[in-house]
Design a protein around this ligand. Structure first.
Ligand SMILES: *[C@@H]1O[C@H](CO)[C@@H](O)[C@H](O)[C@H]1NC(C)=O
Ligand SMILES: *[C@@H]1O[C@H](CO)[C@@H](O)[C@H](O)[C@H]1NC(C)=O
Ligand SMILES: *[C@@H]1O[C@H](CO)[C@@H](O)[C@H](O)[C@H]1NC(C)=O
Ligand SMILES: *[C@@H]1O[C@H](CO)[C@@H](O)[C@H](O)[C@H]1NC(C)=O
Length: 382
């Protein structure tokens, strides 16, 4: 064994010196290309995306548009690691709502935000373990120019930056209406998350924003100077402000998140180390509620990167392959590295799997990418 590794490295150096781009030296049987419409691949993609959404603190829940690529690395009786490339779309649920992506509504096409996620997902059916080891996503808004061409009158997304007076005004006026109609609790603006404008019978602004609970009650509101101490968003509001001559029309609806307080024992590491009960997951999948106890390691396991619209002048991507750059490498060693997943198992035995660099080449199978929920070229990464 001691001799094998240096030998393998020599071969690698030789091959890389001679050819570019470098090809990782892999056991050609290590990675199995999977069909992107296979039911078990779709199930793994679903679990992975739920865990991605659960891990995030910011932004909208992502839904699966299609599986772009799937490769499986079977781990000698210790389950499998999947290398997934998923084409995703933003929904209208905020991640803090903790709603499962399947129950969320889609945004209208002129407001779509779409992109790609890569995920490394571990599944061990006999031990009933599911684990998102890592993920990264890159998202872009749909091309403004293309939307304008097909729908010149559609609302146009605008920056959620509060320096835009109209956006701020639409948010504060619609929230004031909500507070006025609320019987006791009062809310204040936390963050604007989406904004768009359109000419209706006058200029109209549509906003979505997070709110937090204000410490003041309605009876105190005019004299209240209490500062809110906890800054946890309590819900998401959708508001609009339209003007016609001197008249103003304001609308608002708010959705409150389920209590943000951690459920008893949820943050407890002993609980986190319990494997997921797969039948529970399947049950909750049918009920469309998130599974209750998934193991989670401290800290986020990935991030979501937002880039400008592809037609934006600041975003001239020359290579369409690079339009949605997503890097996800737990190792750069082409031989792979061991990943200790013992904490996922109840038995006090060491369980290590081999993780490889994320496959550069997509599998060239006729079955990938799989069928898309929304096959519009506007929202499919090239
Ligand atoms: C607040 O609500 C009352 C009735 O519920 C209404 O008469 C009043 O105009 C509202 N004020 C604002 C600023 O919307
Ligand atoms: C998994 O959950 C099901 C239903 O909640 C339960 O019947 C079963 O005993 C559980 N299995 C384990 C291993 O905890
Ligand atoms: C995920 O992306 C970020 C930023 O693009 C990068 O710094 C990080 O290394 C990536 N994570 C992995 C595991 O590759
Ligand atoms: C994908 O799988 C489903 C169910 O197995 C099947 O009905 C459908 O025709 C498949 N689609 C494609 C494009 O292969």
């Amino acid at each position: 064994m001691g001799l094998l590794l240096p030998l393998a490295l020599c071969t690698l150096v030789l091959c890389c010196g001679a050819r570019s781009p470098p090809q990782p030296v892999l056991n050609p049987w290590a990675l199995l290309s999977r069909g992107c419409n296979d039911s078990d691949v779709l199930a793994v993609a679903d679990f992975a995306l739920r865990d991605i959404n659960k891990d995030r603190k910011d932004g909208y829940v992502l839904s699966l548009n299609r599986v772009n690529d799937a490769q499986e690395h079977s781990q000698d009786g210790l389950g499998s690691l999947f290398y997934l490339t998923l084409d995703v779309l933003e929904t209208d649920c905020h991640v803090l709502s903790k709603k499962a992506w399947r129950v969320c509504g889609m945004t209208p096409f002129y407001q779509s935000v779409y992109g790609q996620c890569k995920a490394i997902f571990y599944i061990n059916k006999p031990s009933r373990v599911l684990y998102l080891a890592a993920y990264n996503c890159t998202l872009r808004p749909v091309s403004k120019r293309k939307i304008h061409r097909t729908c010149p009158d559609c609302p146009a997304p605008i920056s959620t930056d509060l320096s835009s007076d109209q956006v701020l005004e639409a948010a504060t006026e619609s929230l004031a209406k909500y507070n006025n109609e609320s019987t006791s609790k009062q809310y204040s603006l936390f963050k604007v998350t989406r904004a768009s404008s359109q000419w209706v019978f006058g200029p109209s602004y549509f906003v979505e924003y997070l709110i937090k609970e204000s410490p003041c009650t309605k009876s105190q509101i005019s004299s209240c100077s209490l500062q809110s101490s906890d800054s946890v968003p309590a819900g998401l509001c959708k508001g609009s402000l339209t003007r016609r001559h001197w008249e103003k029309f304001v609308s608002v609806t708010c959705d409150f998140f389920e209590s943000q307080a951690p459920a008893a024992g949820n943050e407890n590491s002993a609980v986190n180390q319990k494997p997921i009960n797969l039948s529970k997951v399947e049950e909750s999948q049918q009920k469309n509620t998130p599974p209750t106890d998934s193991p989670s390691k401290a800290g986020p396991r990935g991030s979501v990167q937002y880039l400008p619209d592809l037609d934006d002048k600041n975003s001239q991507e020359k290579d369409p392959q690079e339009a949605f750059p997503v890097h996800l490498d737990l190792t750069t060693n082409p031989q792979g590295e061991t990943l200790d997943l013992s904490f996922l198992f109840l038995e006090p035995m060491e369980k290590k799997v081999v993780v490889l660099p994320f496959p550069r080449e997509k599998a060239h199978t006729a079955e990938c990418p799989g069928p898309a929920q929304d096959a519009s070229p506007l929202v499919l990464p090239p």
